[in-house]
Write a protein that binds this ligand. Sequence first.
Ligand SMILES: NC(=O)C1=CN([C@@H]2O[C@H](COP(=O)(O)OP(=O)(O)OC[C@H]3O[C@@H](n4cnc5c(N)ncnc54)[C@H](OP(=O)(O)O)[C@@H]3O)[C@@H](O)[C@H]2O)C=CC1
Ligand SMILES: O=C(O)C1=N[C@H](C(=O)O)C[C@H](O)C1
Length: 257
Amino acid sequence: MIKVGIVGSTGRVGTLLIDDLKNDKEAVLAAVHVFDKLEKSVPENTVVTNDMKELMQSVDVVIDFSAPAATEELLTQVVEHGIRKPLVIATTGFSKHQQNLLVEASKLVPILYSTNMSLGVAVLNKLVALASKTLADFDIEIVEQHHRYKVDSPSGTALTLAEHAARARDLDLDKVRVSGRDGDIGARTKDEIGVMSLRGGDIVGRHTVGLYNDGEFIELHHTATARNTFSRGAIKVAKWLIGKEPNLYSINDALGL
Ligand SMILES: NC(=O)C1=CN([C@@H]2O[C@H](COP(=O)(O)OP(=O)(O)OC[C@H]3O[C@@H](n4cnc5c(N)ncnc54)[C@H](OP(=O)(O)O)[C@@H]3O)[C@@H](O)[C@H]2O)C=CC1
Ligand SMILES: O=C(O)C1=N[C@H](C(=O)O)C[C@H](O)C1
């Protein structure tokens, strides 16, 4: 059995991971990192710890759905303290420093980083690249909708979709992204890529990529209707990651897309 450790075990996705692993035939929950207090019951012998090093030493692979500060602590164990374990990272909202740390750690251990663990979004990224290149004159606008508790904006998924669109047009996303419009802003410029966020209720996650031209437009939608789409996706790619060489892998590598 593959021994899995969870960072973010008390969170919305982390608690689902605990349940999903109870029913898995190839993987078992071996350790959970707990920031404050674990209310949920875990199988007997599960290591429950607030020590990231102890968590990593107790497992074959770590799945992280937490917060940027927690992921940073995880990556620091690899880069500065010599811990070598495969990592599946799903947390979003990293700073530039944290993104660089992720790249550094991936030279030492296999890391699969994906801002969205669903198959549908993996395919949507490809569709967006194709549409953005082919429909070169169309204006691109991305809208993401999430539950009222989400703390980072725009969502990691929306930024990844925008990155696929920008790359397909040889644009630098940092230069063309517009994530707010208010007041006398002037007409839309040709290259800008709008990435806007709505927050409310219990929306699990909805992303719309629109490509608009005179006389016609296309809108590509993805809606996650259940949060365990993400937890189950992460367990699937964690199994794939075991035994891989150190590198930064994408979900497409794991799904063979
Ligand atoms: N890639 C993907 O497919 C998906 C990614 N996500 C991302 O995963 C992350 C978690 O999402 P979600 O479960 O909804 O969030 P929650 O806020 O529900 O959970 C966050 C978890 O991280 C823990 N945590 C927060 N800060 C720290 C810290 N400094 N050190 C250790 N642990 C900490 C929390 O502990 P405590 O409860 O004690 O505060 C909690 O267990 C987000 O970044 C989200 O965007 C979410 C869904 C899908
Ligand atoms: O915080 C969430 O809930 C989600 N976060 C991820 C993101 O930022 O893209 C993925 C998913 O949409 C849910």
